[in-house]
Design a protein around this ligand. Structure first.
Ligand code: URA
Length: 205
């Protein structure tokens, strides 16, 4: 029985349960405040995350940091992890291109994500992007229609979803923020909800 996040991280570092282990540099387990009422769960590491071993440190990560700051928070106040802990990329063309994790890879990585959430016991989970919401909220989650709403979740009191910063970057045009302000709003609402639930329902320290 795994009792601490450090123990779980150590085990995850040795995982060979899907093909992503063959090309990874690092297992990107997660980081932040494990006592935070709010956990952000992204899709999976990209090139920079694979190199550094830290979630959301590349281009999408910089935009997420900006949104977290605009929501009145810092990265250190939340816990950040991913649906899959190893980089999913297409290696067929010589230069690896990030790709969405396959259902089998998502499934294999639940053995790390679910206990990770179980040890943190967040009040709110904010799924960053559709793959995370489909994994933790419901299979047919529609990110553009259902982001910013509250859902029941087996791993927290409430789950919500927000647009993924990579999607926002692809949508951005002069005069169009690509949904960045929605991401800020969703982070703000998720944090306020998490703190409210903790303060109303949390037991004594
Ligand atoms: N995108 C994600 O979903 N997670 C990361 O860690 C980086 C980019």
């Amino acid at each position: 029985m795994i009792e601490t996040l450090d123990e779980l991280r150590e085990r995850a570092f040795c995982c060979i349960d899907c093909d992503l282990c063959e090309t990874r540099t690092n297992v990107v387990f997660g980081e932040g405040d494990p006592r935070s009422p709010l956990v952000l769960v992204g899709e999976g590491p990209g090139e920079e995350e694979d190199k550094s071993g830290r979630p959301f440190v590349g281009r999408a990560g910089k935009l997420l940091d900006k949104a977290i700051l605009e929501a009145g928070l810092t990265r250190e106040q939340v816990y950040i992890c991913n649906t899959v802990k190893c980089r999913a990329a297409d290696w067929s063309t010589g230069k690896p291109q990030n790709r969405a994790p396959l259902p089998a890879e998502v499934e294999a990585c639940r053995q790390w994500l679910i206990p990770q959430l179980g040890l943190i016991q967040p009040w709110v989970i904010l799924c960053i992007g559709a793959p995370s919401a489909k994994n933790l909220i419901k299979k047919d989650f529609k990110i553009t229609q259902e982001r910013g709403k509250y859902f029941r979740c087996d791993f927290s009191k409430v789950a919500m979803a927000a647009l993924h910063p990579s999607y926002i970057i692809r949508q951005q045009r002069p005069g169009n923020d690509g949904g960045f302000s929605l991401l800020v709003d969703d982070i703000k609402l998720a944090w306020e909800t998490a703190c409210k639930l903790r303060d109303e329902q949390g037991g004594p320290e």
